[in-house]
Write a protein that binds this ligand. Structure first.
Ligand SMILES: [Zn+2]
Ligand SMILES: [Zn+2]
Length: 104
């Protein structure tokens, strides 16, 4: 959809605490939103399950936003909570420790 800054900000205000999110995530979200035709499409294309903190289904997988995103990292668009898609724990959790302790 046409990226209209005012429109996008209104939608974001209505849906989630956009300002709570890290700046790189905000930029990735804005970019992703410009690629879809509706906010609903955006949410359904990126959602990874309910937020373990607030229960919102408006979550997304960072991997959908950034090519280098962490596949285990989920982001709640409602409260800004960053969580583990795997165990539902708060990021960073033991899943990351296991994942990144190997090799490196
Ligand atoms: Zn949440
Ligand atoms: Zn985990």
């Amino acid at each position: 959809m046409e990226y209209d800054r005012e429109d996008a900000e209104r939608n974001q205000d209505a849906l989630w605490s956009f300002a709570n999110l890290p700046v790189d995530i905000q930029e990735a979200l804005s970019k992703k939103m410009a690629e879809v035709s509706s906010l609903e499409e955006f949410i359904s294309s990126v959602m990874v399950g309910d937020c373990p903190k607030c229960g919102s289904e408006k979550t997304c997988d960072e991997d959908d936003l950034k090519e280098l995103g962490d596949i285990l990292k989920g982001i709640c668009l409602a409260c800004g909570h960053i969580f583990c898609v795997d165990c539902g724990g708060e990021y960073p959790c033991t899943c990351w420790e296991e994942k990144y302790s190997e090799g490196d």
